[in-house]
Design a protein around this ligand. Structure first.
Ligand code: F6R
Length: 608
């Protein structure tokens, strides 16, 4: 939610900022702006709409030679998308300009107090109070001014701060919102996420909450709030710039779908050595496992859907009750979690506000935490004792695909690892499952060859208003993800239903031509699901069936059929999700949707 950048160096800042913002646009894209120094003042340029509107307005920044500046791309929280509400925001006297990602929870009270002092507001944002407070608190000592301002704020923030008296400096601070610092011999940069700094450097410093960083063209100093200089090691990012570019594909989403075999290999291969599972040295106490009463899996959106698959898998392999829970519900539910609980947190970004809050809640109650995260150094990774990284590389498309697949792969390894440690699977079962997990990337590669067929099929569905995805057990868990994928990028209303549940109400919506995707990949339940499919066919539904190539199904029982190779029943979701991702993508493409940036959405949801 919102992307911020800042740069100070030996080259003009504006092009660096705009390039950085382009790589953060997935975080929000309703308005954008930059601030740079000009004639001893701070010049702010901003525009409602996509970043391109701003770039056109300022001729890509080529006329500004200031080597220091900040920039922002917005996902509106307080106030509609507009020029006024776009960041950067300035203090009343123009001495400060700031960009902000997060939410200032006590902004209304602060705004009232500032208005009583005579400050006038030109936006509806929570952020503008910070700019005025900086002016109000300013005493010539910039560090002290920032600290005193932060002490008045409640909520979450990553802030980039410019001050007219310090034109060669850039200050930044983070609390519960992501922020990294890139360093190079051309200058130093702050950003909400790694892709923004990659054109400049691969060397980064990760910041922790309540740290303030002061950048000049040739120095990066990280302080705590007491002004102690902190020692921080530089980390080298091993992604290259092209990892965050489209590489000839029309959209990031299709590039990321196609990258899944590699992402799966990178995630799985290092964790299987000599027929054994190696989970990066995570520590889960044997006594905890022996006494464990329940496992909670907590996440949002697609990551939650991974949790739903994992519930079936862990319960089957480990015979431990598993509760897959939506983080925003879990955090306010007075959860039954204690020292005997294992809590698995799943998050691509590692910054999702509800998931982070749920993690903190579970930790406070004494649970052992194991997190599955894609972004190295993210808040969830930092706050978890046990972290398993998905090695999916940067995921730019708002709709997740390769992160979902790699999260799922890790969940299989975790389930098997726990089952093994509890002696619930024997060596033969373990090696059979491990061999099948290792074979998943090749099978996904094979399934991706269905793309042209699915693209053709998708033309038929371009004018749908409603869609239903039905399945049982693991097929139902995948239906949840397939339905979300279609609806979020194509804007077709879609629901996922447990196939056997449909007749308890929802079947009344099925009429002539209603689209139903039937998922029948769980072999032992194929006959049951096919009965439900016949029920909707009898009511006029147009059915697309997804099943395995070696199951005995007559294609004349449905309107269209997609078949995929089979694997161990528990692993089928890894394969069946792929054609359904392609279906969502190609339907959205046929409808001319803005696939990588669906309306109202943003990646990395850092507000609750
Ligand atoms: C849907 C999608 C979202 C995310 C959710 C959690 O395609 O991407 O539903 O899965 O916002 O995000 P992370 O995994 O970053 O916590």
């Amino acid at each position: 939610m919102c992307g911020i950048v800042g740069f100070t160096g030996v080259i003009p800042a504006a092009p660096v900022l705009l390039e950085g913002l382009a790589r953060l646009e997935y975080r929000g894209y309703d308005s954008a702006g930059i601030a740079v120094f000009q004639n001893h003042k701070i010049l702010i340029k901003k525009a409602c709409g996509r970043l391109k509107t701003l770039c056109d307005l300022i001729s890509n920044g080529i006329n500004y030679d200031s080597p220091t500046g900040i920039g922002h791309t917005r996902w509106a929280t307080h106030g509609k998308p507009s020029d006024d509400n776009a960041h950067p925001h300035r203090s009343q006297d123009g001495s400060f300009a700031i960009v902000h990602n997060g939410i200032i929870e006590n902004y209304a009270m602060l705004k009232r107090q500032l208005q009583e002092k005579g400050y006038q507001f030109s936006s509806e944002t929570d952020t503008e109070v910070v700019a005025h407070l900086l002016q109000d608190n300013y005493n010539g000592d910039l560090f002290d001014t920032i600290v005193r301002t932060l002490q008045m704020l409640e909520g979450s923030y990553a802030l980039g701060i410019l001050n007219v008296d310090h034109p060669d400096e850039l200050y930044a601070v983070r609390k519960s919102s992501p922020l990294i610092v890139g360093t190079s011999n051309q200058g130093n940069m702050i950003a909400s996420d790694i892709p923004a700094i990659l054109p400049l450097t691969r060397k980064v410093y990760y910041l922790n909450d309540n740290e303030i960083v002061r950048l000049t063209k040739n120095s990066v100093e990280i302080f705590d709030l007491q002004h102690h200089l902190l020692d921080r090691a530089v980390t080298t990012i091993d992604w290259d710039v092209s990892a965050a570019e489209k590489g000839g594909y029309e959209h990031f989403m299709i590039k990321e779908i196609m990258e899944q075999p590699k992402a799966l290999r990178d995630t799985i291969t290092p964790r299987i050595k000599n027929g054994q599972i190696h989970l990066d040295g995570i520590e889960i106490d044997q006594a905890l496992l022996q006494n464990i009463q329940r496992i909670n899996i907590i996440a949002c959106g697609s990551a939650y859907h991974v949790g739903v698959v994992a519930k079936y898998v862990i319960e089957e392999l480990c015979r431990i009750p598993v509760f897959a829970e939506i983080a925003s519900e879990f955090r306010y539910s007075n959860p039954i979690v204690d020292e005997n609980s294992l809590v698995i947190i799943i998050s691509q970004s590692g910054e999702t506000a509800d998931t982070l809050a749920a993690l903190r809640e579970a930790k406070a109650r004494g649970a052992t935490i194991l997190s599955i995260v894609n972004v190295v150094g993210s808040s969830i990774a930092n706050e978890s004792k046990n972290v398993l990284y998905t090695w999916a590389g940067p995921e730019i498309s708002v709709a997740t695909t390769k992160a979902y697949s790699t999260q799922l792969a890790l969940m299989y390894l975790i389930a098997l690892y726990i089952a093994q440690r509890l002696g619930r699977v024997d060596d033969t079962q373990t090696s059979n499952l491990l061999a099948q997990i290792a074979a998943l990337p090749d099978k996904v590669e094979q399934i991706l060859k269905l793309a042209p067929k699915i693209e053709t099929l998708a033309q038929r569905y371009a004018y749908l208003e409603h869609a239903y995805f039905i399945g049982r057990n693991l097929d139902y868990a995948v239906a949840l993800e397939a339905s979300l994928k279609l609806k979020e990028i194509s804007y077709i209303h879609s629901e996922a239903y447990a196939a056997g549940e449909l007749k308890h109400g929802t079947i009344s919506l099925i009429e002539d031509g209603t689209f139903v995707a039937g998922l029948a990949c769980v072999k032992r339940l194929v006959a049951k699901t096919m009965s439900n499919i016949k029920e909707v066919k009898a009511r006029g539904a147009e059915v697309l069936l997804l099943t395995c190539e070696d199951y005995d199904i007559h294609s004349d029982e449905v309107d269209h059929i997609l078949t995929i190779p089979s694997t161990h029943e528990l692993l089928m979701p890894s394969l069946e999700v792929v054609p359904l991702q392609l279906l969502g993508y190609y339907v959205a493409k046929a409808r001319n949707c803005d696939i990588d940036k669906p309306r109202n959405l943003a990646k990395s949801v850092t507000v609750e």
